[in-house]
Ligand binder design. Structure first.
Ligand SMILES: [Zn+2]
Length: 401
C-alpha cells in the first residue's frame, strides 16, 4: 500500500518549512558520551542478516566515537548535520526525489532506518517517510531549540542526528519523518545483502523470558479474515510463502454456537473466518490484506456469489489498535481509488475469540479438489492468487490432486 500523496499549496509549503525548522543550520555541541570507561553500551535494534532480510531485534554495541574520530570518518557536510544537528538546505538533498526500491541506512553507521515503501513526496524539500523500517532503529527526543517544540530523530546505534518527526504525515501513521539526505545512504534492493551484519550467537538480553516472548512474537503473527466460504479463504492463504498455517473457523459470535450447524442458520453472529498464522519477516499484514481484497468481493453485504447470509460477510478481525488503523486506511485507499466501483462493506471488528471449525472443514480444498464447489469457486481463487501474486506464493500449489 502506498500512502496518499498530500497536495500542499505553496503557502502551506512555506508554513511547513518555517514550522518544521528543517531549514535551520544549528551548531549545538554534540552530546557528551557519559558511559563509564571500560563498558560497552548496547542497543536493541533490527539489522540485515546474510539473507538480505531484516532480522532481530538483536543487541548490538552502540557506536561511540570521539569528536576527532567523527570528523575523520565523516565528510564536513555529514559532520555538521549528523553530529552538530545541522540541516541541509531544502530541495537540495541528493535523495529528495529518489524513488528506486531499496533501503535508507544511517550515513554514519549503516543502521537500516527507512525503506522505499514508506517514502512520500511531502513538498517540504526534504526526504520524507511515514514510518521507520523498524521502530527500534530511530530514536525520538524532545527538541525545544529555536523556541519551537519539535521531536528530533536520531540513529539508535550512533545517536547521530537525522532530522525531525511531525504529525502531519499521510496514512497510515499520520507521521512525517523529515530527514536530511546527508544523514542517509541509499542501498538498492539488489544490494541489501551488502548490509548483512554478523549477529553474535549469544544474545544476553534474549535469554530473559520477556525478551524470548518478544522475539517469538516477531517470528509469528496472526490475522483473522472473513470473505465468504472459509474453504476458499483457507485455500487462498495456504498458497502464500510466509503463511505457516491457515485454519478454518468461526469469529464474531459466542463459544456455545461456534459449530457449523448453528452458524449455517445465519443467526449466531459468527462469520466463517480463517485464522492465518504467518511469519511477518516474510509477509506483512498489509500484503495479506492486499491478497484478501483481491480474492473476494468486499462490496456485497453478507454475500459472496451464491453464498448468502451473515456468516458469509466480509470482515477483518483486528488484534490491536495498530492493525485496526492499518486496515481502515487500507480500505479508505481502495475506496478513494474507486477500485471496485461500489463502496467497501467489509466489517472491522476487534478479535474477541476464534473457534476452529470441525476437523472435516480443515484443508478442505486440498482434500476435496474434485468436488464441484471447490472446482467452480475455490480453485479459480487459488489460481488467481498464484497468478496475481507470483512473487508471494509458495513454489508449488498447495492443493493435493
Ligand atoms: Zn547511525
Amino acid at each position: 500500500m502506498r500512502p496518499t500523496t498530500p497536495i500542499l499549496s505553496i503557502a502551506l509549503t512555506i508554513c511547513l518549512m518555517i514550522l518544521s525548522g528543517c531549514e535551520q543550520s544549528g551548531a549545538a555541541p554534540p552530546e557528551k558520551n557519559t558511559t563509564p570507561p571500560g563498558s560497552t553500551p548496547m542497543v536493541r535494534v533490527r539489522v540485515f542478516g546474510p539473507d538480505g532480510k531484516l532480522t532481530g531485534p538483536v543487541d548490538v554495541p552502540k557506536l561511540v566515537l570521539t569528536d576527532a574520530q567523527w570528523q575523520a570518518r565523516l565528510t564536513p557536510a555529514q559532520y555538521t548535520i549528523l553530529r552538530n544537528k545541522g540541516t541541509e538546505p531544502a530541495f537540495c538533498g541528493a535523495l529528495l526525489h529518489n524513488a528506486d526500491k531499496g533501503v535508507y541506512v544511517c550515513a554514519a553507521c549503516a543502521l537500516p532506518l527507512f525503506e522505499t515503501g514508506s517514502k512520500f513526496e511531502s513538498g517540504t524539500g526534504w526526504p520524507s517517510f511515514f514510518k521507520p523500517i523498524a521502530e527500534e532503529n530511530v530514536l525520538q527526543h524532545a527538541d525545544n531549540s529555536y523556541g519551537m517544540e519539535r521531536t528530533e530523530t536520531l540513529c539508535a546505534r550512533c545517536e547521530s542526528h537525522l532530522g525531525h518527526v511531525f504529525d502531519d504525515g499521510p496514512r497510515p501513521t499520520g507521521l512525517r519523518f523529515c530527514m536530511n539526505s546527508e544523514s542517509l545512504r541509499f542501498v538498492p534492493q539488489d544490494k541489501l545483502a551488502t548490509l548483512a551484519e554478523v549477529i553474535p550467537a549469544t544474545q544476553p538480553a534474549a535469554t530473559q523470558p520477556s525478551a524470548n516472548v518478544k522475539d517469538k512474537a516477531h517470528d509469528s503473527a496472526e490475522i483473522v479474515l472473513a470473505g465468504g466460504c472459509f474453504w476458499c479463504v483457507e485455500g487462498v492463504f495456504e498458497q502464500l510463502d510466509g503463511v505457516t498455517e491457515a485454519i478454518s473457523g468461526y469469529a464474531g459470535g459466542s463459544k456455545e454456537t461456534a459449530n457449523y450447524e448453528a452458524v449455517c442458520t445465519g443467526t449466531t453472529g459468527h462469520a466463517e473466518a480463517v485464522k492465518i498464522i504467518y511469519d511477518p519477516r516474510k509477509i506483512s499484514y498489509e500484503q495479506l490484506l492486499k491478497v484478501h481484497f483481491a480474492t473476494h468481493d468486499p462490496t456485497t453485504l453478507n454475500r459472496q456469489g451464491n453464498d448468502e447470509g451473515t456468516q458469509y460477510c466480509s470482515a477483518i478481525f483486528y488484534a490491536s489498535e495498530e492493525e485496526r488503523q492499518i486496515a481502515q486506511a487500507f480500505i479508505a485507499d481502495l475506496n478513494d481509488a474507486k477500485i471496485y466501483g461500489k463502496p467497501i462493506v467489509t466489517r472491522l471488528e476487534p478479535l474477541k475469540a476464534f473457534y476452529p471449525a470441525e476437523k472435516y472443514h480443515q484443508d478442505y480444498v486440498c482434500r476435496n479438489p474434485n468436488q464441484p464447489y471447490i472446482q467452480g469457486i475455490a480453485l479459480p481463487k487459488v489460481e488467481k492468487v498464484r497468478h496475481l501474486f507470483k512473487d508471494m506464493v509458495k513454489p508449488e500449489p498447495v492443493v493435493k490432486p
